[in-house]
Write a protein that binds this ligand. Sequence first.
Ligand code: ARG
Length: 479
Amino acid sequence: MSSADNSGNQDQKANQTSTIWGGRFAAGPSALMEAINASISFDKKLYKQDIAGSRAHATMLAATGIITDADRDAILQGLDQVEQEIEGGSFTFSAALEDIHMNVESRLREIAGDAAGRLHTARSRNDQVATDFRLWVRAETDEIIDALARLRGALARQAAANADTVMPGFTHLQAAQPVTFGHHMLAYFEMAGRDRSRFVDSRKRLNESPLGAAALAGTGFPIDRHMTAKALGFDSPMNNSIDAVSARDFALEFLASAAICATHLTRLAEEIVVWSSAQFGFVQLSDQFTTGSSIMPQKKNPDAAELSRAKAGRIIGSLVGLLTVMKGLPLAYSKDMQEDKEPVFDAAETLLIVIQTMTGMIDDMVPVKDRLREAAGAGFTTATDLADWLVREADLPFRDAHHVTGTLVKMAEDKGCDLADLSLDDMQSVNSAITNSVFDVLTVEASAMSRQSFGGASPLRVAEQAKEALSAVEKELAE
Ligand code: ARG
């Protein structure tokens, strides 16, 4: 933008713009107009989708007799060349030509001459950009769906390998009850499954074609929208031409799903940061997903987890940004909508790298079993088991059992020992019905093993679910 000034100067390129829409314009745009208007710096990402859309449109125009087969062939050949030039790096993108649609069309005109001028019959950039963008979001959605299956694979493998690795389960970040490391991993497996299904679901709604809606009202030419929809892999054409060019809820849904998914991953990332600290020592991270410090030689920092935790900020920002652009926009197209792309591009790229990094980190992560077991017992985590024992064996109402157990926890705390270290006499001084068998339920292993309710922490349940998880992932990867 260094050349932009507010003097209203028209440079050469700006004047060239008039070759596309300049019929009613006596002067080209000011440099500032060009600077605020041009989207080519980012929407060139859509070149493949734009060319695919033009191929489908040209083919349909010939099939319906709107253009000749000879013009179609000239257009298709020209589009092949444009695509090669872009991919080979020899294509010159011009800001004066505003966006990817006019850049491609203008070069096509140079290559294919008058035939190229017929390509835009019965089409507008409004339906064109809506089509391109849907195709792009669809491809990205597919990549994220695949990446989430792989993340679920890593979580399921950790779960299967650690179905009986006892660790503390937390509430309020205070040790609450023993669970297993596998159980904790499967919690994220479930989240990632719902995240994945959100993308699978929004993909279905997204997969309708705006092409042929033209500027907003449809067209008087006898086009076949079903044909172009099919050629581009859409399930059907969109029903309403005004909606077709105005709708961006497919992009909003993508961003909302991305924001939720990224938020889930921040919770896992945060736990990895905490767990890998010397104070917790629950897991070891691999060298591949940590960095050293330039001054402190002992350090192994969980940067990948920290960045995954942080990057959710951009994705949430993208969602809020686009919601704000769309809020209150009258139908049909307004140029505001050109601002839809950068947030989606950034969010997609960011989410993919976060998912992939987290997958690698999870795969490499080694739980420190002794430390996890030790922590699982600290903080009277089997107190609920003691209360449950009183309900089961001494027929106390749970509320009374809770009270008795609370008294025993206080006693252990005063003595500076664990519940299991209290003597039977100590126990009986609080409730005479307590017998020696109470000590069987006070180990962390017994506690975890007892939680056999469906979805519970018992190694039995976790092993079953981890097995199912692994086969679910296999199916997802084969889809
Ligand atoms: N670059 C524009 C966008 O991304 C393409 C559509 C332009 N339409 C128009 N009526 N000026 O939204």
